[in-house]
Each structure stands twice: as C-alpha cells, then as structure tokens.
Design a protein around this ligand. Structure first.
Ligand code: KET
Length: 429
C-alpha cells in the first residue's frame, strides 16, 4: 500500500514536470521581467535619502512636514485630547463609503464658512477622502468619468504629485503661467492671459493658499480679478487647499480665495487636507467637495463619488476622522486647535526672518527678500539643482532639486548651519 502511494506520488511529479503546468510555472518567473524601476519621487525620495544618511549634521528641509524648534514631529495638544476622548469608545466599525458625516460637515464649514448658505441648502456633494492626495485623485477620476473630453490646467510650477494624479486619471494636462522667476513673485499677467486664452469651460487647478512650492499667492484684489475672468470664460475652479491656516495663521483668512469665488457664484470643487494643519499626516484624513446647483444634484454627485471610492478603497479610515470631528465639534478643542495652528504658522514666519538675516549677516551678495515675502510652509529659494546637489553632498542638507526649502524643518538649532551652507554654494553665482 505504502509502495503504491509512493509510486502514485512519483508518477504525479513526472506528469507535472512534463505537463503544460510546468510551462506556466517557468513563465511565471518572467511575469514582471518588463517592469523597469520607477523613478524616485522628487519629494518623498528626498526623505528616503535623508534617512539613509548616517551624518549627525544632516538636515531635512525636503518634505512639507511640520517640526518643532527641536526638529521633532509634533502631535498637537488638541489631537492628544481628542485621542483621549476617543479611546473610551472602542468603535471599530466601517465608516460609510462617503466617510464620517460629522467630520465632513465640520470640514465644509472651514472651507465654505460657518454660516454658509450652500451647507444649509445641502448643495455640496462631499465625501471624506484619503487626505488631500485622495481628494485630488477622486476629483480627477470624477472629471474623467463625467467630462471625458476635458483637460486640466495646472500652474507652473506646482506640487509635483498633481501631475501624477491627473496623469493616472488619464486627464490630459495643460499648464498656465504662475511664477515669475525674475521677480520671484506672481506672473499675474501671464496667468490672466492663459486663463483668457483657454477654451471656454476649462478646468483649472488652483492652490487656495500658501502655494506649493513657490509660497506666492495672488492678493485679494487679484483673486477677485481671476474669479471675474473665470466667470466670463465659464471655467471650473478646483481648489487644492492643503495648507489652510499655514499662510496667515488663521484658517478663515486662508479660505479667502474660495470665499471670493463663492460670492461670485462659481460652482467649485475643493480638496481639503488635515495632514498639515492638524498634523494628521499619516492618518490620511481629508475631504473632497463639489458645489452643485441644488440638493438633488448634490445627492446624485455624491452617489457617484462614493461609487468611485467603493472599488478603490471601499470606505475611508476611521481614526483620523474621529479626531477631526471630536476637535471641530467641541468649541473648546476647536479654539485650542486654532491657537496651535497659529503657533505653527508663526514659528515658520520667525524662521524666515532668521534665515534671511543670517544670509545677509554672512555678506551674501544675493537678495534674500523673497524668503520673508513668500508665505506658507515653503521657501522657493532660487537655488539651482546643482547648488542643491552640493548642499546635499557637502553639507548633508536635503531638499527637493527645484530649490524648495520646507521652512517647517528649519529650527533655531539648524538655521545658522543652513544659512552658511546656502551662502557657500551661492556666493560665487
Ligand atoms: N496638495 C498640495 C499642494 C500638497 O503640497 C500636498 C502635500 C498635498 C496636496 C497632499 O497632502 P496629503 O498628505 O495627501 O493631504 N505636499 C507635501 C507632502 C507630499 O509631497 O506628499 C509636500 O509637498 O512636501
């Protein structure tokens, strides 16, 4: 009996070796042979290189992630308190496809205003998203599905991932002028010309505040002009608001661009993120909203946004949403949050002044006025890719090759070192 089983087993092995299955097996080892390594991400690749550097002097001013003055990541007090309150509930169920209704409700107030008529009239289709990236991607997919022939106009420069997002959603991209390298300010004329020359009813991606990477925003007056021109051209404005609170220290003030468009009667879309302004980076909590003509349309649009979400990730994560709704739903915690946002924004503004003064004290022949003029998390320094490479190889300073400095990573402890290194690589230019 044992012998028969052994014979059967060896016959089966022989059959498998000569059967088509073995052919499949050897093919399977070559399934991925045509896959090339992906290029390094221009922002997150910098963090990888920083982490791999053993130097004790290393400085990371690459990714836009806030650090305290000791260079440590920050968990806001309002978040700690919210977590303490949530801990008792032990709720682990799925959220609905559109996410936490309470979180979305509070989030809309931040963008559209506490007493927004659009919120009251239920004219906004909104879903919780996987932070700001997820909101942009969901919108790009929505755009592709329901306006299949459309394109998206993206500012030059912009957050590098915008290009990836609309590319992967298969929406063709056009660019519009935004930054003027000589003045290191807004190319308002170029922007307005591009808005004017775009075909009627084009989609435009706008940074609501604290433009990344330039730190250059239109003034209120310029926003009004942009909005008027959008009206005349019947363009669609999609606002990416990843830094609400980081421009002025006040989230309501930072939503001014959006409020202007709302006053002018635009039907806009907004991506909101709590990564930066609540320090919830890894929780992936944000919101996508689309202002509709009426409640019925909003219900319909929301159902389609949910339908896009369902096969991708089914429903969004719970914990971050609980933190946000606990904070924003409690007046005391909300005012603590507002104070903490202001502290973060102010520390960055302080570091801008120190960096500029340090460079001037070193006798830099260049003007560093733009360091204090620009706002938000980033300083678009004007350093060339080669100068950035020298900062990294000679000084262990890590930043994106477009010369963007994440001011959130600059501290009292490293600002002198950073200024000195920048001076060394730029003094002969
Ligand atoms: N929009 C903009 C303009 C932006 O700078 C970021 C992040 C996001 C959206 C997305 O953030 P999220 O964590 O998905 O809410 N920017 C920083 C981090 C990154 O590249 O992912 C950065 O520019 O460093």
């Amino acid at each position: 009996m044992a012998m028969r089983i052994r014979n059967l087993a060896s016959r089966r092995t022989m059959m498998m070796n000569s059967s088509p299955i073995s052919g499949l097996r050897s093919m399977s080892s070559s399934w991925w042979k045509n896959v090339e390594p992906a290029p390094k991400d221009p922002i997150l690749g910098v963090t990888e290189a920083f982490l791999a550097d053993p130097s004790p002097d290393k400085v990371n001013v690459g990714v836009g992630a806030y650090r305290d003055d000791n260079g440590k990541p920050v968990v806001l007090d309002c978040v700690r308190e919210a977590e303490r309150r949530i801990a008792g509930t032990s709720f682990m169920e799925y959220l609905p496809m559109g996410g936490s209704v309470k979180m979305v409700e509070e989030t809309l107030k931040l963008a559209y205003g506490d007493n927004s008529e659009f919120v009251k009239d239920k004219r906004i289709a909104a879903v919780q998203s996987l932070s700001g990236t997820g909101a942009c991607r969901l919108f790009a997919d929505f755009q592709k599905r329901f306006c299949p022939g459309s394109q998206i106009y993206i500012p030059v420069p912009t957050w590098s991932n915008h290009h990836n997002i609309w590319r992967d959603a298969q929406v063709p991209q056009k660019t519009y002028h935004y930054y003027h390298p000589e003045t290191k300010g807004l190319d308002f004329k170029g922007l307005m010309d591009d808005v004017k020359n775009a075909p009627e009813g084009s989609f435009f991606l706008l940074h609501a505040c604290a433009h990344n990477p330039t730190g250059v925003d239109p003034t209120e007056e310029q926003w009004r002009e942009i909005s008027q021109l959008f009206k005349a051209k019947n363009h669609f404005a999609f606002f990416d608001m990843a830094y609400q609170g980081f421009a002025s220290g006040d989230p309501a003030r930072d939503a001014k661009s959006i409020r202007i468009f709302l006053e002018d009667g635009h039907h806009i879309g907004i991506s909101q993120s709590y990564a930066k302004n609540m320090g919830l980076y890894g929780q992936r909590v944000g919101c996508l909203s689309v202002l509709c003509e009426n409640e019925k349309q909003a219900v319909t649009v929301k159902s389609q946004l949910q339908q896009l979400a369902r096969p991708m990730y089914s429903n969004p994560p719970l914990h971050g949403a609980q933190i946000v709704s606990t904070i924003l739903g409690d007046p005391e915690l909300k005012s603590l949050w507002l104070k903490e946002v202001k502290i973060m924004a102010d520390r960055i503004i302080g570091m801008r002044t120190t960096l500029r003064e340090s460079l001037e004290k070193l006798g830099s022949p260049l003007s560093w006025e733009h360091v204090t003029k620009q706002i938000g998390m980033f300083c678009y320094s004007g350093l060339t890719p080669e100068q950035v490479d020298r900062l990294t190889s000679e000084y262990h300073i890590y930043m994106t090759r477009n010369g963007r400095i994440s001011m959130a990573g600059v501290t009292t402890g490293n600002v002198g070192y950073l200024a000195n290194a920048i001076h060394e690589v730029t003094k002969s230019s």
